[in-house]
Write a protein that binds this ligand. Structure first.
Ligand SMILES: Cc1cc2nc3c(=O)[nH]c(=O)nc-3n(C[C@H](O)[C@H](O)[C@H](O)COP(=O)(O)OP(=O)(O)OC[C@H]3O[C@@H](n4cnc5c(N)ncnc54)[C@H](O)[C@@H]3O)c2cc1C
Length: 434
């Protein structure tokens, strides 16, 4: 390939979307990806448990999201609605989840009265310290840590308020053949249009001046007139002692400081494939008092608190989820240790002997994203300081360096939708400049 017009660092959803839009507009793009595969935090595995498609990263399309569904339609990729029943495991009992949380209305009212943003942790301490609020506090923390994978001592009360207010319980979807079908489609389109994606190519340094940028990876230098940096924000928050650090020359001091103000969560996702759906065993259905044919989610207070099935697809796959600081605290454990903790959690949730679970386990996969090189986290969340920082980071540096990715997008933050939108918007910005 001759010198490309634009370099893109990172071949996740955002980097691929940007490269796709730019190559569609006739630009020559070179995408440099550190890992040996494209997709980033989208990673579908097959052959893991029979003919099941299993997601190590993104799994759900959270509603009728235009960028995601638009691309799926264009690519002819099919998807299906999820749904099913939510169950709660507590004190050795299994009951269908009651969506009602006492004092939730008071919580929302106080959040609406709040004039100055603060962390949700400080907000709870200031307003809901009494014992009567214990259960509601636990629910708030479980949402912030579980869904947003956030640290409550940093997560913005305003951002969570907006998220909970907009919660509309829309239908969610899974992609029939996995999320990777979407990023594979983008990658194929990019290459068909004469642009290039190099995997196994970790960029370690960027030299730049207005109108020219050179990235170094694997001892080679790649030059173009513009650069889009689409790596997880956790990579841009590293200091120079970390092996995944990317240096800039000249340094981008203001932008580095702004990066520290963005929140990046932690997550542990555990895939367990069983020879049969263990939650449908006689003992568990007796505990539930009825059939668990339609069970989709199981919530608990166990070390791995949340589990889900593939409902409505019937198979023996159970997925465990731990988000937030507790996931960060477990990032250095071995897969074996994590598996042991996961089985103990399931044994308590379903009141089954660990040996019963172990005997039916045919395969397991621990997706420890917080420890995964070149990713080092889950997805972004808003801190009290995020808004201003994101404004600064949305401006290109010298019309030459652009930042994109899920963390840089306003709205649907953390989701694939945000990554796709951010990639497209950044490409448009570049196409609009001379
Ligand atoms: C466990 C998990 C579950 C999730 N579930 C959902 C879900 O159900 N629904 C949903 O919408 N979203 C979900 N998400 C979030 C979603 O996956 C991300 O928001 C989205 O995929 C991020 O895309 P991105 O392009 O911004 O970043 P990434 O996909 O992280 O892409 C960045 C790329 O940069 C590369 N890179 C890093 N450093 C370098 C370097 N030095 N040189 C070259 N390349 C480099 C990385 O290898 C990576 O491929 C989930 C995420 C995780 C981790």
């Amino acid at each position: 390939m001759d010198q490309p017009d634009i370099l893109v660092i990172g071949a996740g959803a955002a980097g691929l979307r940007a490269a796709y839009e730019l190559s569609k507009a006739g630009k020559k793009v070179l995408v440099l990806e550190a890992r040996t595969l494209t997709g980033g935090r989208i990673h579908t595995i097959t052959g893991f448990a029979g003919d099941t498609y299993a997601e190590l990263g993104a799994e759900f399309v959270h509603g009728k999201l235009p960028h995601t569904l638009g691309l799926l339609k264009e690519a002819g990729i099919t998807y299906h609605k999820t749904g099913g029943e939510m169950w709660q495991a507590e004190n050795g009992k299994l009951t269908q989840e009651d969506q009602f949380i006492e004092h939730w209305d008071t919580l929302m009212q106080k959040l609406n009265e709040l004039e100055q943003d603060m962390s949700i942790g400080d907000f709870l301490d200031a307003n809901f310290n009494g014992p009567q609020y214990h259960t509601m506090r636990e629910s708030v923390i479980a949402f912030a840590e579980g869904f947003d994978t956030a640290d409550i001592s940093r997560a913005s009360a305003f951002a969570l308020r907006d998220e909970w207010q907009e919660e509309d319980f829309e239908a969610q979807y899974r992609i029939d053949k996995g999320y990777s079908a979407l990023t594979d489609y983008l990658a194929a389109q990019i290459e068909q249009r004469g642009s290039t994606i190099l995997t196994g190519t970790p960029v370690i340094s960027i030299e730049w001046h207005a109108g020219q940028v050179t990235a170094t990876a694997n001892g080679k230098r790649y030059t173009a007139s513009k650069l889009i940096v689409v790596v997880p924000v956790s990579i841009l928050q590293l200091d120079s002692s970390h092996p995944d650090f990317i240096s800039f020359s000249p340094e981008i001091i203001e932008q580095r400081a702004a990066m520290q103000k963005l929140g990046m969560g932690a997550v542990l996702k555990i895939l367990l494939a069983f020879s049969e759906p263990i939650w449908r065993s006689e003992q568990v259905e007796q505990l539930a008092g009825r059939s668990l044919e339609n069970a989709s989610f199981f919530f608990s207070r166990e070390a791995i608190p949340t589990w889900w099935t593939q409902h409505p697809v019937e198979n023996g796959l159970l997925t465990g989820w731990l988000g937030g600081p507790k996931a960060a605290a477990m990032k250095d454990k071995t897969d074996e240790e994590i598996l042991h903790i996961a089985i103990a959690a399931l044994a308590n949730i379903f009141q089954l002997a660990p040996s019963f679970i172990q005997e039916r386990l045919v395969a397991s996969h621990i997706a420890n994203w917080t420890a995964q090189p070149y990713i080092l986290g889950s997805y972004g969340y808003d801190t009290v300081e995020s808004k201003q920082a994101r404004e600064l980071l949305s401006a290109p540096i010298g019309d030459t360096i652009y930042f994109a990715g899920e963390s840089f997008h306003i709205g649907d933050m953390g989701l694939v939708e945000a990554a796709l939108a951010s990639g497209k918007e950044t490409a448009q910005k570049i196409l609009e400049t001379k």
